[in-house]
Each structure stands twice: as structure tokens, then as C-alpha cells.
Design a protein around this ligand. Structure first.
Ligand code: NAD
Length: 258
């Protein structure tokens, strides 16, 4: 385990990670909100993060209560500008390089910002556990809707979106607390976690379940588990290597990406 603060030790830790990557046959990268803070999107649990301002709307409340839907869309209107204007950062570029050059086969992400795809990783190589917040969909017939017109109508006169095809409730295409995990993505993430020999968890406090189960699944199946995060996580004790650094500088160094 390592926790350091000088540039010299960053280079040493980056080298340790580089060696593990060079020796890996099949790698999985697992990301959380921390990889996108350098793109200007706040995470949930850091000081100034989303939860220091807002309480998340539970799925059951969204479905059953108009005031909860109003609050959910208010929160979306608040968070959307940062997400809409965000660009992939050095950490995303390093992950994209690991996928394009190997040995990473896919990225399992808890993020909803679409920045892995924007950094050049093919859609089918990004497993989105918690959906995608860059668009909305009907909860009944799944029809897709763009977010901007919905937010414009909401901000104009508090209009709550309904599906123009079936009348169902329209919600950002994310998985809310209390909502079932997407079955296909969850099964695929399980398979990939069990099949890899190096599992790299980046920028997640690893407290949200079942997502936090994937690093443990990989470890149980024999993979080397590496955690990169600026502060401790709930799973540090299970990791073979913990690297407490800012993500962009560490990954950029390890993968040789600017
Ligand atoms: P989290 O907020 O619980 O944890 C993020 C972790 O990243 C923290 O431990 C923090 O210290 C660390 N971190 C932040 N910036 C960092 C940096 N630059 N370098 C190193 N470490 C850094 O987020 P989580 O574990 O992903 O789980 C919470 C939920 O948040 C997920 O379900 C996800 O859907 C949602 N979320 C996503 C986004 C996004 O898509 N960008 C943003 C906010 C929340």
C-alpha cells in the first residue's frame, strides 16, 4: 500500500502501476465520479460535491410523487450545465489508451457523463452501471428524449415531461437510488470482473452497492486489485496496491499520456 505526496514518489508509484499493466493479460478499468472532477463535474462525496447541496431523489418517490419529480428535474437543471460543457481529461485519455492499446478490454463505469465514450472508447466497450445522464427516456416505453428541450420547458414554466407516444413518465436515463440495476450491464460487468487478471478501480469511494462488489468479485477470482483515489476507500484493505494520487497526473504518467 502507498500514500505519498512528492513528485518523486508519484513517478515511483506510476512505475509500479506501469509494470502491473505491462504484465497483465486481461485488464478491467472501473471508474467512479472522481475521474471526472478534473473535467469540472463535481463528485458526490467530496467537500463541495453534489451531496453537500442536494439529497438524491429515490426512484419510488420519482414514480409516485409530482413534487419529487419536480425536485429531480430541478437537480438535473442545476447539474446539467457542468456535464454538458465537460470535456474528457487526462485520466479519461489514459483509460482510452489502455483500451485501444490493451490490455484493457472494457471500462465498467458508475459515471453517467458519457466522457469515456467522448474520449474515443467505443460504446460497446463502456459498461454503464448507472445509466447515462446526457439524455432522458420514457420509463414505460423507453422512447429516448434529448435533455435540453426538457430543461428549457421546465425552466420556462415548471413543465414536467411526459412521453408524447405513451404518456409515461420521462426521466433522465440514469439509475436512481432504489431503481433496479440494468440486467445486461450488470451481468456483463460480473463476467468481465471474474475474467480479468488486473482490476483497476479509479476515482470511486467504493461505497455504492452493488457497484462496489465488482472489485471484490475480481479479487476473489484471482485478479490483482489496484485502487487509485486521492483518499482512502472502503475497499483499501482488499487491494494489492493503493495509490493515493490525483488521477490525471498518476494515470498520465503511468500510461504516458498528456
Ligand atoms: P464518490 O463521490 O462517492 O467518490 C468519488 C471519489 O473520488 C472520492 O473518494 C474522491 O476523493 C475521489 N476523487 C475525486 N476527484 C479525484 C481526483 N481528481 N483524483 C483522485 N481522486 C479523486 O463517487 P462514486 O464512488 O462514483 O459513487 C457515487 C455515484 O456518483 C455513482 O453512482 C455515480 O453514478 C454518481 N456520480 C457520477 C458523476 C459523473 O458521472 N461524473 C458525478 C457525480 C456522481
Amino acid at each position: 500500500m502507498a500514500s505519498h505526496s512528492s513528485t518523486a514518489t508519484l513517478a515511483i508509484d506510476a512505475e509500479r502501476l506501469r509494470t502491473l499493466i505491462a504484465n497483465a493479460g486481461r485488464m478491467v478499468v472501473f471508474t467512479g465520479a472522481g475521474i471526472s472532477t478534473e473535467s469540472g463535474i463535481p463528485d458526490f462525496r467530496s467537500p463541495g460535491g453534489v451531496w453537500s447541496r442536494n439529497t438524491p431523489v429515490q426512484f419510488q418517490d420519482f414514480v409516485s410523487s409530482e413534487s419529487a419529480r419536480r425536485e429531480a428535474w430541478r437537480q438535473k437543471a442545476e447539474s446539467h450545465p457542468a456535464m454538458a460543457s465537460a470535456e474528457p481529461n487526462r485520466g479519461h485519455r489514459a483509460v482510452a489508451t489502455l483500451v485501444s492499446r490493451g490490455p484493457a478490454k472494457c471500462v465498467i463505469t458508475q459515471n453517467i457523463d458519457g466522457l469515456h465514450q467522448r474520449s474515443g472508447i467505443a460504446d460497446e466497450q463502456v459498461i454503464e452501471l448507472h445509466g447515462n445522464g446526457t439524455y432522458a427516456h420514457c420509463l414505460s416505453c423507453q422512447k429516448r428524449y434529448e435533455i435540453e428541450p426538457i430543461l428549457s420547458a421546465f425552466e420556462r414554466d415548471s413543465t414536467l415531461p411526459l412521453c408524447d407516444t405513451c404518456g409515461g413518465l420521462v426521466k433522465a436515463a440514469t439509475i436512481s437510488f432504489g431503481q433496479a440495476m440494468p440486467e445486461r450491464e450488470t451481468l456483463r460487468a460480473e463476467r468481465e470482473s471474474r475474467d480479468c487478471d488486473l482490476f483497476l478501480a479509479i476515482g470511486s469511494s467504493l461505497v455504492v452497492w452493488p457497484a462496489a462488489g465488482f472489485p471484490l468479485m475480481a479479487k476473489d477470482a484471482g485478479a490483482t486489485l489496484v485502487i487509485v483515489n486521492r483518499e482512502r476507500t472502503d475497499l483499501d484493505a482488499y487491494a494489492d496496491l493503493v495509490l493515493n494520487w490525483e488521477i490525471g497526473p498518476l494515470l498520465g504518467h503511468a500510461v504516458n499520456v498528456n
